[in-house]
Design a protein around this ligand. Structure first.
Ligand code: WT7
Length: 638
């Protein structure tokens, strides 16, 4: 029995759905959209061009995404768990929020936002740990029509300040602190530091999680709990959802690229809702009453789409875990799976490789028989990790979906469908309905054949494609729509096999993927160069057993400095202060010069080869200004 009329339940249906989605996209998406709650239906299903770009889905329609994630489930699933929250410390009591609970708390907090001056169209920065209140804050913004901009708790004060400026956010929602493994992260004091350079922030709402002492600034800061009390005394447990246009922005999420500061990727309401719901239900083959566990932080797109909006719009139970897979020990995820009888686990290859390194001991006595489907996301999965996951976690009976997508795509674009289309280790396999991938060769021409590699692009708009980069539409056009005419450029390379299956080979631009997190090399170099002792730097990625890619920095430093060890530590600290602790330099090599062409361009290809220890394939070095620097760098390799 299909849990949803638009759920694909066999291979033939996949092919039918795919063909229809390409030949009659409007009809295809319209039929799916009929299953949602609208205040007003659309005038046209989609209108788009990649030239400007201008992309509109369900134009003319009106809705509120939270009515689709909450209100519509109350009759049938009101008492079912919407969110199961597992705290960092296994000895602390977990919390279960039913759909009724979540609805009530979102309504209450929507009143709090309104009382504090937040209006439709305002941008609200959310900087919190992984607690139910983070989900409540996000959904409440959506309910009142404010645009949420969630900033991952691992970002520094400087990064927050940049994002507040860029998004012009006058409101911040945060916690006193966050528990993550052994760490107690002082979120509010990071916010205080960030706000020194953001005098335009009017209000900071603080949820108390870790009870660490902190400064509350009168007139600006207020406690979440006290605000809720005010609402409770008035018994305001219902909040009429704001009427939103289909194309009204739902959120901004910052992500790194190959140049400049991170950009605010903007997603809009209706298309994002339809596509995350559709891909959630089909990729993971979600069945009513399944318990879904996505280990990503809500601060990244995976958390937005497949911890919150996708599962909640499907009426699923979603697990929100505050901690990390390896604390207090490497059995943590397996214990959570057994505790809640989780059916689907969606995690990153880096987590799998990290857990793999502990051997099988942490799995002793763990049942895991509730699992039906496994998923991976964020980076290519190597075959060894895939087989370990399949054998030891899925016990060879759970299909593994390898889901390829990006912050900009909003939802999964290329993936097998669990148990429906075949899995091939290290391949994301086939496109989702509505997605038309293509490969482009070095001359910018599309490659039609199979068994080829090229730059991965997408030829048609899908409902949750990026709409703009906040405040700078031209940057959006340049980054994604100008490299190849009429195509969305992904920045990834891919191989296509004889049967049309895609294998993602990694970024082809200057973007690194460290533990499934995207960081631009230029961004890291800018941070390194802020250190007074640094003259110049160049950063590349290299293969790292656990993180996928590690960060390798070549640095020319000021010769007046004699304590090089201290310098090394200070530079690491500088990067952590400017970007955040998660952007850790794995290797620093001090050099006297960098391999530059006569026009002054750093030849990263050579630096990459040296970092990868591929010393005999450096290629042509004759165009270098000073070919000798290459030998020196080779000899000093770390
Ligand atoms: C980049 C996007 C999508 C949510 C998490 C990351 C890489 C993502 C896969 C996969 C190989 C993958 C790509 C992509 N990537 N999923 N299944 N196989 N590579 O989102 O931070 O926007 O990063 O992650 O390189 O471009 P993101």
């Amino acid at each position: 029995m299909k849990s949803f009329p638009y759920q694909i339940s066999n291979l033939e249906e996949y092919h039918q759905a795919y063909q229809k989605s390409i030949k009659q996209p409007a009809q295809f998406w319209e039929e799916i959209a009929q299953n949602f709650i609208w205040k007003k239906k659309w005038d046209s299903v989609s209108e788009w061009n990649f030239k400007d770009p201008k992309i509109e889905w369900f134009k003319g329609a009106q809705l509120n995404i939270t009515e689709n994630c909450l209100d519509r489930h109350l009759n049938k699933f009101g008492d079912q768990a919407a969110i199961i929250w597992e705290p960092n410390n296994p000895n602390e009591q977990n919390r279960v929020l039913t759909y009724n609970d979540l609805y009530k708390q979102v309504c209450q907090f929507s009143h709090v936002l309104k009382n504090n001056g937040v209006k439709k169209g305002d941008t609200v920065c959310i900087y919190m740990g992984m607690i139910p209140e983070l989900a409540i804050a996000v959904l409440s913004c959506a309910r009142i029509g404010a645009i949420h901009s969630v900033v991952f708790g691992g970002f520094s004060a400087q990064s927050i300040s940049d994002r507040l400026h860029d998004a012009k956010s006058e409101f911040v929602i945060t916690c006193d602190g966050a528990f993550r493994g052994q760490k107690n992260i002082p979120l509010k004091s990071v916010i205080d530091e960030a706000l020194i350079s953001c005098p335009f922030v009017k209000r900071v709402i603080v949820y108390s999680r870790t009870q660490i002492p902190l400064n509350m600034i009168e007139g600006r800061d207020t406690w979440w709990e006290e605000e809720i009390k005010k609402i409770e005394t008035k018994n305001c447990n219902i909040f009429e959802a704001e009427v939103m246009e289909a194309e009204d922005p739902l959120f901004i999420l910052y992500t790194s690229g190959s140049t400049g500061k991170p950009k605010g990727v903007v997603h809009s309401t209706a298309g994002y809702m339809i596509y995350t719901n559709y891909t959630f239900i089909n990729t993971f083959q979600y069945q009513t009453n399944d318990i879904f566990f996505c280990t990503a932080d809500i601060g990244w797109i995976t958390g937005h789409s497949y911890l919150l909006y996708g599962p909640l719009s499907a009426g699923a139970t979603t697990v929100l875990f505050e901690g990390i897979p390896t604390w207090p020990n490497a059995s943590r995820l397996w214990d959570i799976i057994d505790k809640f009888k989780i059916n689907t686990l969606y995690t990153a290859p880096t987590a799998i490789r990290s857990l793999m390194s502990y051997g099988l001991e942490p799995l002793k006595g763990k049942d895991l028989s509730s699992l039906k489907v496994l998923g991976t996301v964020g980076e290519p999965i190597n075959e060894e990790a895939w087989h370990w996951y399949n054998t030891n976690i899925g016990k060879n009976k759970c299909p593994i979906v390898d889901t390829w997508w990006q912050t900009e795509t909003g939802g999964i674009l290329i993936s097998n469908l669990a148990g429906i289309t075949p899995a091939i280790p290290s391949f994301a396999t086939l496109p989702m309905p509505g997605i038309v991938p293509c490969l482009i060769d070095e001359n910018g021409k599309e490659i039609e054949e199979n068994n080829v590699s090229g730059n991965l692009c997408i030829k048609q708009a899908w409902p949750s494609i990026i709409r703009t980069t906040f405040g700078d539409h031209e940057r959006c056009r340049k980054t994604y729509f100008s490299t190849y005419e009429n195509k969305y450029y992904t920045g990834d390379g891919a191989f296509r096999d004889a049967n049309g299956n895609y294998r993602i080979t990694g970024r082809v631009d200057d973007v690194l993927n460290v533990s499934g997190h995207r960081i631009g090399t230029a961004e890291i170099e800018n941070a390194i160069n802020q250190h007074k002792g640094v003259i110049e730097s160049a950063v590349v990625g290299y293969p790292h057993d656990i993180k996928g890619q590690g960060i390798y920095a070549y640095i020319i430093y000021n010769k007046n400095i004699d304590d090089v060890i201290a310098l090394n530590n200070n530079i690491t600290q500088t990067v952590s202060n400017i970007i955040g602790p998660f952007a850790k330099l794995d290797k620093i090599q001090f050099v006297n010069g960098l391999p530059k062409t006569r026009s002054g361009k750093i030849m990263r290809r050579i630096l990459r080869k040296i970092a990868e220890n591929d010393l005999n394939n450096l290629g042509d070095t004759t165009t270098l200004l000073d070919p000798n620097v290459v030998n020196e760098i080779k000899n000093g390799r770390i």
